[in-house]
Design a protein around this ligand. Structure first.
Ligand SMILES: [Zn+2]
Length: 68
């Protein structure tokens, strides 16, 4: 199920986490060379991705909403 990004925060290790419209959180890590997502480390980049839809595996699994 595809869900729009509605906000962001960082986890305890400083990795970026997107908050999705469904209430689930999904990591949007930038960890080169394995995961290249340079837009996530700048505020302008994150703002430009608001509303972008990500595939939410938690919805597919029927998991409860995340708390933060
Ligand atoms: Zn979801």
């Amino acid at each position: 199920m595809r869900q729009a990004i509605v906000g962001y925060h960082t986890d305890d290790e400083g990795h970026w986490v997107a908050k999705l419209a469904c209430g689930h959180n999904q990591h949007v890590r930038h960890q080169p060379p394995w995961i290249e997502r340079p837009w996530v480390v700048t505020e302008a980049g994150r703002r430009s991705r608001l509303g972008l839809e990500l595939e939410c595996v938690k919805c597919a699994r029927g998991e409860p909403r995340d708390h933060c």
